[in-house]
Ligand binder design. Structure first.
Ligand SMILES: Cc1cc2nc3c(=O)[nH]c(=O)nc-3n(C[C@H](O)[C@H](O)[C@H](O)COP(=O)(O)OP(=O)(O)OC[C@H]3O[C@@H](n4cnc5c(N)ncnc54)[C@H](O)[C@@H]3O)c2cc1C
Length: 403
């Protein structure tokens, strides 16, 4: 503990020490070098450093500037994946969600979610209740860490009182269950800080531009320091490609069974309004009027975040944006379920868009693609990890290091 306290207060991880960190990166032979400082790379750096390995990490933008600051900001079990029969995935995510609540409570805020049986809905009370029974039991019944509360069913009258703005639309009633808000970018930074405290050397604005090989094995990388326009090399026994939507740029040889390209990038957008414009009390699941999918109306203090969407993306991966069509669909759908919502272009506080690093599955639509993570070696000794969720970052790191 004393040693940890010393590292915590003595190791200064800030831009003033950039030069020192780069010199350290150049002069150390690492056990693991991670390319990518989103949540996936951060989680691996933390886990590897906690296991006593010498760890380096390079990020070409700001930390979390890729997908890891553009999510729905939920530490959740992914209730909707139950409908696809992805029981293991949901069990894994609910277990990790509960782990986060127990271990990083300062970053996690439990939120009551409302799953309403709408008047025009095909999903009835029996379906909703059996899904939530399963959702609540998957990890809570067998694991040490628990969710805040189990779900509860409410009649239509009771639900009117809990969420008055949707009252004309309720069918049989609805259920309230629990997931969590998390600040995705802060989660990424805090995870990186934990790795730094445990000895990892981590730098931003350095881009990996080339692999250094010896007898066909990758033994290091050439980096471009984007702040000073200088190149430097880093050596490591193991190289990890955790570059999310940029993964295909970094993979040299795709092993058998791995799709080429690996990533199917799909875009999800969010709109932010003042909460008083919608007056939602809970996180409410609503349905898109133009597409066959659900999305959330999420309370976030004085604000409400609406989203998300799921559409194939071709464009600048670093700068996705919300189009008029994306915004129209979300606004019109929310107005249908919250008829008094005073929302439009004139009072949007902000919009943001993120690209999912989904592992390609041929013949599936955007929303049907699994959110599972995939880990594989290529013949040059490069370890790549793709897919997954913010919520499962700890388990992804554990799986990668124990492969
Ligand atoms: C709209 C949307 C909503 C979502 N909502 C949720 C949610 O509520 N809960 C949840 O659990 N998950 C959610 N997800 C999923 C989650 O956000 C992602 O799975 C996760 O952020 C991916 O993290 P990553 O580290 O793999 O990728 P990224 O965050 O993109 O990190 C990869 C990093 O690699 C860097 N990089 C790339 N090439 C190089 C190079 N050559 N050299 C150095 N660095 C490089 C990039 O700059 C980038 O920062 C959502 C995703 C989207 C798109």
């Amino acid at each position: 503990m004393e040693d940890l306290a010393k590292k915590l207060f003595e190791k200064r991880w800030n831009f003033k020490n950039r030069g020192t960190i780069i010199i350290k990166l150049q002069n150390t032979e690492y056990d693991v070098l991670i390319i990518g400082g989103g949540i996936t790379g951060a989680g691996i750096a933390r886990e590897a450093a906690m296991r006593g390995l010498r760890v380096g990490l390079v990020e070409m933008q700001d930390f979390g500037a890729g997908t890891s600051s553009r999510s729905s900001k939920l530490a959740h079990g992914g209730l909707r994946y139950l409908a696809y029969g992805e029981i293991n995935l949901v069990k894994e995510a609910t277990t990790e969600r509960n782990w986060m609540r127990a271990h990083i409570p300062h970053l996690i805020r439990p939120v009551p979610f409302m799953w309403v049986n709408w008047k025009d809905d095909t999903l009835n009370k029996k379906y909703i209740e059996s899904s939530l029974q399963l959702y609540d039991s998957l990890s809570d019944d067998s694991q040490k860490f628990k969710n805040l509360k189990k779900y509860q069913w409410f009649s239509a009258e009771e639900l009117h009182k809990l969420e008055p703005e949707i009252k004309d639309k309720i069918g049989e009633g609805g259920a309230v269950y629990y997931d969590n808000n998390v600040d995705d970018a802060r989660l990424t930074i805090e995870t990186l800080k934990e790795a730094v405290i445990r000895g990892a050397d981590i730098i931003s604005y350095c881009k990996v531009v080339e692999y250094i090989t010896e007898k066909d094995k990758i033994i290091g990388v050439k980096c471009q320091d984007l702040e000073n326009n200088k190149d430097f090399n880093i050596k490591s026994t193991l190289m990890v490609n955790a570059t999310g939507i940029w993964s295909d740029d970094l993979i040299r040889n795709y092993p058998e069974n791995v799709p080429k390209p690996l990533i199917r990038p799909t875009k999800g957008v969010h709109l932010i309004f003042k909460r008083k414009q919608i007056r939602n009390e809970h996180a409410v699941i609503v349905r898109s009027l133009s597409q066959e999918r659900g999305f959330f109306v999420l309370p976030r203090g004085d604000f409400t975040i609406i989203g998300t969407t799921d559409t194939d993306f071709k464009g600048d991966l670093a700068n996705p944006f919300c189009s008029k069509e994306d915004a129209d669909d979300l606004i019109n759908s929310v107005k249908y379920y919250f008829p008094n919502a005073d929302i439009g272009y004139n009072n949007i506080i902000a919009t943001y868009a993120g690209i999912r690093p989904l592992v390609k599955e041929i013949g599936k639509s955007e929303r049907d693609i699994s959110r599972k993570h995939l880990i594989f070696f290529n013949k040059h000794g490069l370890l790549s990890i793709a897919g997954g969720k913010l919520t499962t970052m700890r388990k992804m790191a554990e799986d990668l290091l124990e492969i």
